[in-house]
Design a binder for this molecule. Structure first.
Ligand SMILES: Nc1ncnc2c1ncn2[C@@H]1O[C@H](COP(=O)(O)OP(=O)(O)OP(=O)(O)O)[C@@H](O)[C@H]1O
Length: 885
């Protein structure tokens, strides 16, 4: 670079000196030549390094002289001949017609030189001048030869300089670099191809190892490789551009070469013209010398001298033209030098760019090699991992394959069986629609047949059911007729806490552990035995008591009329048994709840309606406790519908559908009973309280209707008037109570004695309960007894009342032997000694009524020896019933 720069600096200095040396003539430039040169300079400035480096041939511009030496020679030439050549400033056009002008003036010159002597002198002079001119021409020719030689040498030097510059500028290195880059490019292409192959292999291995955990890394590597591929493609494109630029430079060098050749041609033509002109100049004096002497005069000599002067002027003009040509050639040389400098600068730039590109290429190559190395290592690593994994997987697959083969061998028989089953099932499935249709048709036919049979059976069942119902009713009636419809229970209340503290707490009652129908009473050293249907000791719970009566309650649903009386002295526990206390209800609430449950159970077939009335009988006055004004008196009348049944006009009947309704009814009854008296406890002791439950049922399927009535009666206290010592209103109360209780005893006696007349009308109580006491109705008398010795007399009266009823019952003719046995038991010595102030029961033999009704049987839990005895009687009666049926 320093040598090139130095040469460039020297050339510029010499160019400046040359311009200064040429003076005004150098300042005049040919516009055509300038216009011809300038486009070339512009195009050379636009040449790119890529064109210059495209091929070496573009720089083969032939032999050229060194411009520096040429310039030095040119300067020396210019110093020796400038005064001669620069004497005239005519332009180039005046030089060209030079040969014609001397020959056109030469005949006039010959005519004027007539004088021989003068002509000889003139000729001699002219010869001398010609000789002088010839010598000068020769010298000029020599100078021109020298100039041409110098120009040729300059061209040679220039060519050599160009060659040298080419070598110095490293054209060969550039070509080597280019070749190296091409080789590198080929190598990169090969590597790229191998990378693509390896990528393909990697992709195949990735497909083979679809579960490879390095698939992500392989994807990254592929993206990196594609990035490098794109960079390589960019560099390839850059190389192509450089090649194109080099080709362009080559074309430019060829153009310069052609211009140089043209310039040489023009130079040769000019030289040829100069030679011809010199030859003509030499021939002119010779021809003049050949003309006849003696005719020359002084005038001729003068004319010849004028002609010589003119010729000399012409020669000077020609010399000026030649000088002008020389100046143009110098100018062209300067232009060529300028182009050369441009080329040198371009070469320098190209070299710099090449160095930069080389650096980039080396860096890129380094990066690419490192990436390739990394990729190769990564590829090898991934391949190794994949290989190891594939090996392990292959092992597992082989093992699985072996297991599968074993399974296959073992499964083949099963498969055959399954195939057979499948074919069989397939055939069955194919046949299934036809079979299904056939089965459906058969099923329809069977269903129709069964429906017909069921319908017929239903009709038959319905007929049988109705017959059975009638039979059942007949049997029940017969049973009632045979066994009686009144049952007598006794319940002994416990001693309260206050009563236990007193001295009178010792009870005189005892129970038979083996017979729940026997009660012993010790009085004055004597023991009385009372035998009833059931005796509840003090520890008997409300539930146990209700279990004994619930069969009676449920028979109400079947359409029977039921009466349950609580009989006993005041404070013996009647209200407790019937109503109960809070949290432990008595028979009333339990009966209603049981009825609800039974009705709900039969609901699908039966539609039941339960109504409730609450009535109080006080001093033979009937009052409705569910009425708004409970003090109103009610009357009992014969039903005007001609059914012969009684009814109470205006009696409130509340429909109950839930236990909540029951609670509301009882609360209302209690409230009305409390408002009608000053002392509720005393009032309740002196009045009868009746809960009348009516159950009406309708069976739509059977078309049957039932209606049963359950009368739950809490009777007034049964203590004797004499003992109580009552007077006035209390006496009247006691009389009314005695009257009604006596009437009840009379009615029961008449019913059991099957008297033609039953005195129902003797009291409001019996009159109101007439329908529930007559016919196939059932009655339970719950005799309440106090265990206290102080109440012993009343307890004995109550028990004797119950015993008498039962004695009458056992006096039936059908059971005469049993009655005799029982009579001997009951007529114990102590029995007769007890004073009986109980209601006046008519001592008429009553039918036996100790067994349960057809719709109500005693619970198995209460079966005792006594119960077994009673059961044997029931079986006997049932046998008779069967015979009757
Ligand atoms: N089986 C029993 N268990 C526990 N306590 C009872 C039992 N029977 C009665 N009692 C209690 O004895 C007391 C008197 O009972 P209750 O009022 O029922 O007699 P009563 O015969 O109805 O009297 P009244 O004729 O005055 O109505 C009450 O406090 C009652 O709680």
């Amino acid at each position: 670079d320093e040598g090139g720069g130095g040469r460039g600096g020297r050339l510029e200095n010499e160019e400046r000196r040359g311009e200064g040396g040429r003076g005004p003539a150098g300042a005049r430039s040919d516009p055509t030549c300038r216009s011809r040169v300038q486009p070339v300079q512009r195009s050379s400035a636009l040449l790119s390094p890529a064109v210059m480096f495209s091929t070496r041939k573009t720089w083969d511009i032939g032999h050229a002289p060194c411009l520096q030496e040429l310039w030095k020679k040119d300067v020396s030439l210019d110093a020796s001949s400038v005064d001669f050549f620069m004497s005239d400033g005519e332009d180039e056009s005046s030089f060209l017609p030079l040969p014609s002008t001397p020959f056109s003036q030469r005949p006039s010159l010959t005519a004027e030189l007539s004088d021989a002597s003068s002509q000889q002198l003139l000729i001699q002079t002219l010869q001398d001048k010609v000789c002088e001119f010839q010598s000068r021409l020769r010298s000029e020719e020599v100078a021109r030869h020298l100039l041409v030689k110098e120009l040729e040498e300059k061209l040679l030097d220039q060519t050599e300089e160009v060659e040298r510059l080419r070598s110095e500028l490293g054209a060969t290195d550039l070509e080597k670099q280019l070749e190296r880059l091409l080789v590198e490019n080929q190598r990169l292409k090969q590597e790229l191809k191998s990378c693509r192959c390896s990528e393909l292999q990697r992709a195949e291995s990735a497909e083979a190892c679809s579960r490879c955990p390095h698939s992500q890394e392989a994807g990254d590597l592929r993206r990196e490789a594609s990035r490098w591929e794109s960079q390589a493609r960019q560099r390839e494109r850059r190389l192509l551009e450089l090649e194109q630029e080099l080709q362009e430079k080559s074309r430019r060098a060829e153009l310069l070469q052609r211009q140089l050749d043209q310039w040489r041609g023009r130079h040769a033509e000019a030289e040829q013209r100069l030679r011809l002109h010199l030859q003509e100049c030499e021939e002119g004096p010779v021809r003049q010398a050949a003309a006849p002497p003696g005719v020359q005069t002084e005038e001729a000599e003068q004319a010849e001298e004028a002609g010589s002067q003119k010729a000399l002027a012409e020669l000077q003009t020609q010399n000026g033209a030649l000088q002008e040509q020389l100046r143009l050639q110098r100018q062209q040389l300067q232009e060529l030098e300028t182009q050369l400098r441009e080329s040198q600068r371009t070469c320098t730039q190209l070299r710099t760019q090449i160095l930069v590109y080389e650096g980039e290429m080396e860096r890129a190559q380094g990066q690419l090699e490192a990436e390739m190395q990394n990729l190769e290592e990564e590829k090898n690593r991934v391949i190794e991992e994949a290989f190891i994994r594939a090996e392990s997987e292959m092992k597992a697959v082989h093992q699985n394959l072996a297991g599968v083969r074993m399974n296959l061998l073992s499964l083949q028989p099963a498969l055959r069986t399954l195939t057979l089953d499948y074919n069989c099932l397939k055939k069955q499935v194919q046949d299934f629609p036809f079979m299904l249709d056939k089965a459906i048709a058969e099923a329809k036919q069977e269903i129709c047949q069964v429906i017909g049979e069921v319908s017929t059976a239903n009709q038959e069942l319905l007929r049988k059911y109705r017959r059975e119902m009638n039979l059942r009713k007949k049997c029940h009636n017969e049973l009632v007729r045979l066994k009686g419809n009144i049952r007598v229970f006794c319940r002994v209340r416990p001693v309260s806490q206050e009563e236990q503290d007193s001295a009178d707490a010792k009870t005189l009652l005892s129970f038979d552990s083996e017979d729940d129908g026997v009660l012993y009473l010790s009085n004055r050293g004597k023991t009385m035995t009372f035998e009833l249907d059931k005796i509840f000791p003090p520890q008997a719970s409300q539930e146990e008591v209700f279990q004994e009566v619930q069969s009676l309650v449920t028979s109400c649903i079947d359409g029977f009329n039921i009466c349950i009386f609580a009989y006993g002295q005041t404070g013996s526990g009647k209200t407790y048994t019937m109503e109960g206390v809070e949290g432990d209800p008595g028979i009333n609430q339990r009966a209603l709840r049981l009825l609800f449950d039974e009705v709900t159970e039969k609901a699908p077939d039966w539609d039941y309606r339960i109504t409730v009335s609450l009535v109080e009988i006080y001093n033979e006055t009937l009052r409705d406790l569910l009425r708004e004004n409970p003090t109103d008196k009610l009357d009992i009348k014969m039903n005007p519908d001609g059914s012969g049944q009684l009814y109470v006009p205006g009696l409130t009947e509340k429909t109950v559908q839930s236990p909540e309704d029951i609670n509301r009814v009882f609360e209302l009854g209690h409230a009305n009973r409390a408002t009608a008296c000053t002392n509720l406890n005393e009032h309740s002791s002196r009045s009868h309280a009746l809960l009348i439950i009516t159950v009406s049922g309708f069976n739509a399927a059977a078309g049957t209707r039932t209606q049963g009535r359950l009368n739950l009666v809490d009777l007034a206290g049964s203590e004797r008037i004499g003992k109580s010592g009552a007077e006035g209103s209390r006496l009247r109360e006691a009389q009314c109570i005695n009257k009604s209780l006596s009437a009840l005893g009379d009615v029961i006696s008449a019913l059991r004695g099957k008297h033609a007349h039953v005195p129902f009308r003797n009291s409001r109580l019996t009159y109101l309960l007439q329908d529930s006491l007559s016919g196939d109705s059932k009655t339970l008398m719950m005799v309440q007894v106090s265990p206290l010795p102080g109440n012993m007399s009343e307890s004995v009266c109550s028990l004797k009342f119950a015993q008498r009823v039962r004695s009458v019952e056992l006096s039936s003719a059908s059971l005469s032997s049993k009655r005799h046995e029982n009579s001997s038991t009951s007529s114990s010595p102590t029995h007769d000694s007890v004073e009986l102030d109980s209601p006046p029961v008519t001592p008429v033999p009553l039918p036996i009524s100790r067994a349960s009704s057809a719709g109500s049987t005693l619970s198995s839990a209460s079966r005792t020896p006594s119960s077994s005895r009673r059961r044997s009687q029931s079986q006997l009666a049932a046998g008779r019933l069967k015979l009757t049926a």
